[in-house]
Design a protein around this ligand. Structure first.
Ligand SMILES: O=C(O)CCC(=O)C(=O)O
Ligand SMILES: [Fe+2]
Length: 266
């Protein structure tokens, strides 16, 4: 992560890394998502949900981990993942999040001793070219550090009522957009004639877990071991042993413990 990227992320709460994926990676994931949403039976069961199959390249992409290690810390887990096939007129929803939650260990955003400590970080992988008019994810820049609750005057997505701080991005297919979940953001109505195709991953510190995982067990168990690492149990130190056992990547790779269980009923 360059100093400029760090400055930009800290200032605004989001960061675009353009075109980090190869064309063939983008094409394979778009085809997978098209089938997930319209014809899942055409896929093997272990590819019928992200992050399985071609989308698994996103879990531990070096240009993503690089940023996450800088803004979350050296030990990260992936804790949620979903794909989007959004047709014109469809939306995720209005502005949400933001404001004075810095004290919250799950969502909070802090900077200490020159280091960023973000809670949950969302990474959006845009799999088509996106312009600012299309209606991709929008942000109220700086709201991740706001000390007052989000003001209603800044919460509209209507064309003539938008906050001057409402920002979005343009990017080529295969780009990654990082944002702290403490940032006020929205998934507005999609405006383009062709669909928005995207994968949204959420990452957090190894010791925290917000989303209960809903990735189907057959998808998780088919991932290579070095990708299952990102779904290991959320703890750091096990004091049942002396010295304490640390939940490192190496520890997980060197045993046959399954990734965190997705199979339990609500
Ligand atoms: O669909 C979008 O662009 C935004 C999704 C969103 O709100 C989120 O991932 O938390
Ligand atoms: Fe959201």
């Amino acid at each position: 992560m360059t100093d400029e990227e760090k400055f930009r992320f800290d200032l605004s709460g989001f960061l675009v890394r353009p075109a980090i994926l190869e064309r063939d990676e983008v094409d394979a994931i778009v085809e997978q998502i098209e089938r997930i949403h319209h014809n899942p039976d055409a896929l093997p069961p272990e590819h019928r949900a992200v992050p399985g199959g071609p989308a698994s390249v996103l879990i531990d992409h070096p240009k993503v981990l690089d940023v996450l290690h800088e803004i979350i810390g050296p030990d990260v887990r992936m804790e949620n993942c979903f794909s989007v096939w959004r047709e014109k007129g469809q939306e995720h929803g209005g502005l949400h999040g933001g404001g004075p939650q810095q004290g919250d260990p799950i969502f909070g955003y802090r900077v200490n001793n020159g280091r960023i400590h973000a809670g949950m970080v969302r990474v959006v992988f845009e799999l088509t070219d996106v312009t600012k008019k299309d209606g991709a994810t929008h942000f109220i820049a700086g709201s991740h550090k706001s000390n007052f609750p989000m003001h209603p005057d800044h919460m509209s997505l209507e064309e003539d009522k938008r906050s001057p701080f409402l920002m979005t991005y343009e990017c080529p297919a295969g780009s990654a957009i990082f944002f702290t979940e403490n940032l006020c953001h929205a998934g507005p109505v999609w405006q383009r004639d062709t669909p928005r195709v995207a994968v949204l991953n959420a990452y957090a510190h190894l010791a925290t877990h917000w989303h209960r995982l809903r990735i189907p067990p057959e998808v998780l168990s088919a991932l290579p071991r070095e990708k299952q690492v990102y779904f290991r149990e959320p703890w750091v130190a096990d004091f049942r042993t002396s010295p304490a056992t640390i939940n490192t990547i190496e520890r997980f790779l060197n045993n046959d413990e399954p990734p965190v269980n997705t199979d339990t009923k609500p």
